[in-house]
Design a protein around this ligand. Sequence first.
Ligand SMILES: N[C@@H](CCC(=O)N[C@@H](CS)C(=O)NCC(=O)O)C(=O)O
Length: 206
Amino acid sequence: MTYKLYNRTGSGGFVVEAALTLAKADFELVDLGSKPGTPLPEEFKSTNPWGQVPTLILPDGSTMTECAAILIHLAACFPEKKLAPLPGTSAHAAFLRWTVFSSVNLYEAILRRGYAFRFTSDPDAIEATRSAANRRAGEAVTVLEGAIEQGPFLLGSSLCVADPYIAMLFLWSRAEVDAPRLNTLAQGVRQHPVVGPVWRRHFGER
Ligand SMILES: N[C@@H](CCC(=O)N[C@@H](CS)C(=O)NCC(=O)O)C(=O)O
């Protein structure tokens, strides 16, 4: 039962690597070795037609993409590892809500800022696109900050796989909004005995 994870250091696959490590799953890491924030080589589209990492090859040879979907899938594959709350509970509903929110709102705004040339055909509008995306990322961070009720993690005292995901996106957001709960969550992720070393391999001491 071996997974194969295509990623590059400092990219979104950090969170998939963290989840596989928490699950104690057997996996092979393929580091594409290009610079974060730049398009991947065209040839990678034969593995993922959308040309993005993380791309996870499951033990049966099928392909999965999209961090949020992969996290939800891995949590279902390893229920005994408690990567997420039990399906059907309101805690699981909150896990799904904020994992998907982070993906479609925060991650997407960060990508729009970083790859602004994909979101406008007007070269003069690149800066404005970037700046609007930056504002949107800040708004998403504010909403996420409000979603953390007791902390230190999203759902309380135990870490679930949404936490490293949110911590990574919060780091990338470079949000200039007041977010003490997200800061505490990120600190908990960095200090986590299993996830912390994976974090440092990707993001160093940031
Ligand atoms: N929606 C995707 C986004 C993944 C993504 O944007 N990955 C970046 C690295 S963090 C990437 O592959 N960028 C290269 C590109 O878009 O060309 C997910 O949630 O997994």
